[in-house]
Design a protein around this ligand. Structure first.
Ligand SMILES: Nc1ncnc2c1ncn2[C@@H]1O[C@H](COP(=O)(O)OP(=O)(O)OP(=O)(O)O)[C@@H](O)[C@H]1O
Ligand SMILES: CC(C)(CO)[C@@H](O)C(=O)[O-]
Ligand code: BAL
Length: 300
């Protein structure tokens, strides 16, 4: 599909057309065919581009989906004002090497109110699952639909949404979906802010103060190294203290959990847990109406 990439991705808006594009590629490529899927909600940035580039380097065909999924937004969340820009998405997708750009309407994805939902338990009980009730039911459902529609060999997800990676990986395993979930590193602006479509909502003052997320997380490995007695509770308190120095910051959570099971690491000093298994240190902070998340994964 390199010829398509040179002129930009093929835009498809229906499930039938994306299936036809994938089938056409598989028929032409034969036994060695590999399809990568990059699910997004659009308003693409370098974080999304890194997922597409990775997919393009590992697969013969890369399908990018752009769909703002109403099922994963709560009633008071930003579904209506979520940034949308099709021209920008086409340009980023072309530059990053996507072959097929699937941009369905809400009616195409949900012609009827779905009576079926894909619910992943336990790993959804904390972090964003706790603060956004129903969010991961919407994610599980739409990602399952995308897997069924595209039939990818690999699917690429950013670790900025670390809980989403844990949820989707477990869902695919539990339901025997024949797809490899590929977690990809967080892409940041030069000053450290994790890239996010929602960063566009921030005022200049909020954006400056939002640097507290990445700056706080960057201190965690040093705190662990310097303080043998640092417990999970103490670490959370330290993070909250730093974030609270920003007058516009409203903390939703400051957490440390095992990864990918997302369980509390216990009361013992964190160094013991960190020596044995991966720990996710995660923050969700609101600046005005904008909710930002960031995390680091500590690996033994
Ligand atoms: N900075 C980033 N680095 C790496 N991957 C990212 C980054 N931002 C988003 N992604 C990944 O891109 C995919 C699509 O995410 P999405 O379209 O929701 O973008 P977003 O920028 O996270 O938007 P939002 O502002 O809604 O959180 C997800 O797998 C997400 O983790
Ligand atoms: C995976 C996803 C595209 C499902 O709507 C969304 O949750 C996102 O953008 O991370
Ligand atoms: N990247 C996560 C999608 C959401 O916030 O709904």
């Amino acid at each position: 599909m390199t010829a398509l990439t040179r002129t930009g991705p093929r835009i498809v808006r229906t499930i039938a057309d994306v299936r036809a594009a994938v089938n056409e590629y598989r028929a032409a490529a034969g036994a060695g065919a590999t399809v990568g899927l990059v699910p997004t909600m659009g308003y693409l940035h370098e974080g999304h581009a890194s997922l597409m580039r990775r997919s393009a380097s590992e697969n013969g065909l890369t399908v990018l989906s752009v769909f703002v999924n109403p099922l994963q937004f709560g009633p008071n969340e930003d579904f209506d004002r979520y940034p949308r820009d099709e021209e920008r998405d086409r340009a980023v997708a072309a530059e990053a090497g996507a072959d097929v750009l699937f941009m369905p309407s809400v009616g195409e994805m949900y012609p009827r109110k779905p009576l079926t939902s894909v619910l992943v338990s336990e790993v959804t009980s904390r972090l964003c699952g706790a603060s956004r009730p129903g969010h991961f039911d919407g994610v599980g459902t739409v990602v399952s639909k995308l897997f069924n529609i595209v039939g990818p060999d690999r699917a690429y997800f950013g670790m900025k949404d670390a809980q989403q990676v844990a949820v989707v990986t477990r869902m695919a395993e539990d339901l025997n979906v024949p797809v490899e979930i590929v977690p990809c590193p967080i892409v940041r602006d030069p000053d450290g802010l994790a890239m996010s479509s929602r960063n566009v909502y921030l005022t200049a003052e909020e954006r400056e103060q939002a640097l507290v997320l990445s700056r706080t997380l960057a201190q965690v490995p040093g705190w662990l190294a310097d303080d043998a007695g640092l417990t999970s509770d103490l670490l959370k308190q330290r993070m909250e203290q730093l974030v609270r120095r920003m007058p516009l910051a409203d903390i939703e959570y400051a957490e440390v959990l095992t990864y990918p099971d997302l369980l509390p690491p216990g009361e013992a000093p964190l160094r013991e847990a960190a020596a044995k298994e991966r720990l996710l240190v995660a923050l969700a902070v609101r600046f005005g109406r904008t909710r930002l998340i960031d995390n680091i994964l500590l690996t033994p």
